[in-house]
Design a protein. Structure first.
Length: 302
């Protein structure tokens, strides 16, 4: 019923609606979670990592253990079959996956750290410093990766961590170009000018302000480097310049099985499938991170 003033009272009490403030990290995480391909790939990658480390520890056979069954096709006893001397291929693939993941992770971390720092210094100082540092990076970019990596890996030995350092020494230049571009757009921002006005040193500005703000592109580069590293390690091992026995890797398993492709194809296909799956999942995760860190969507919503 209308009241004395002729207005009809609301049947429902007015509600106050508030929207919580979201930080950029929350927005990035929310956009990444909504990227279906990236989330599915992340689940698959985590499952592969757990299978390689936990599954390898729980599996009945060790990497170098020789069983009475030699050249057996896949079965319940040996899901991936056995090789000519009786080694369980499932244990071999799990061991190779561990080494390949360790190589690619070390490459990504070292190359991302060195490249981000190199590009940040070059972009911040500019002038002749920028020109000199970028010409060095350009020189590294012009090198034929497989040929140079094979030569260096042959000279430094076949242990997995030395192979990783060799590959990282060739890939850091890609990251430096991206980091330099980001820093060039950041060095004239207000927060950098404020840091200079407060007396912050160049080193502090680069380490505490510019490098953290280039974190988004660095994370995307890191995922890309993981995929590139595992493919280059596979190529080196296939050519005989990568990881050497007693260590093993997916690339080394593929290389050793190339002569048995027609007689024992399971020795070739299973490690090859693992390489493809790891590379694809990491690429999809990188796509999700790139979309999540889209600079056009990084405003904090009130």
């Amino acid at each position: 019923m209308p009241d004395a003033t002729g207005t009809k009272p609301d049947a429902v009490t007015d509600r106050e609606f508030t929207v919580a403030e979201r930080s950029q990290a929350q927005l990035v995480l929310r956009r990444f979670v909504r990227h279906r391909a990236a989330m599915v790939s992340l689940v698959v990658l985590v499952a592969l990592v757990l299978l390689a480390y936990v599954g390898g520890w729980l599996w009945r056979y060790d990497v170098g253990e020789i069983t009475p069954s030699n050249s057996q096709p896949p079965s319940l006893q040996h899901p991936f079959g056995t090789d000519s001397v009786g080694k369980d291929q499932f244990a071999q693939v799990l061991g190779g996956t561990r080494i390949s993941l360790q190589v690619s992770a070390l490459v990504a971390l070292v190359a991302t750290f060195v490249g981000t720092l190199w590009g940040s210094v070059a972009g911040y100082f500019g002038g002749w410093v920028d020109s000199l540092m970028m010409r060095i990076a350009d020189l590294v970019l012009t090198l034929p990766l497989v040929a140079v990596a094979a030569m260096l890996a042959h000279n430094f030995g076949g242990t997995w961590y030395l192979i990783a350092i060799v590959i990282a020494g060739l890939y850091w230049a890609y990251v430096s170009r991206v980091a330099r571009g980001v820093v060039l757009s950041l060095r004239e921002k207000e927060f950098v000018e404020a840091a200079r006005a407060l007396g912050a040193s160049d080193t502090r500005i680069i380490v505490r302000h510019l490098v953290p703000n280039a974190l988004g592109s660095s994370l995307v580069n890191l995922t890309i480097l993981v995929a590139l590293a595992i493919l280059l390690e596979t190529a080196l091992s296939y050519l005989g310049f990568g990881v050497q026995t007693p260590d093993t890797s997916l690339g080394l398993l593929v290389s050793e099985a190339q002569t048995a492709l027609t007689t024992r194809p399971w020795l070739f296909y299973f490690p090859g499938i693992f390489i493809i799956v790891i590379a694809l999942t990491i690429n999809f995760i990188g796509d999700g991170l790139r979309d999540a860190f889209d600079p056009q969507q990084t405003k904090v919503r009130q």
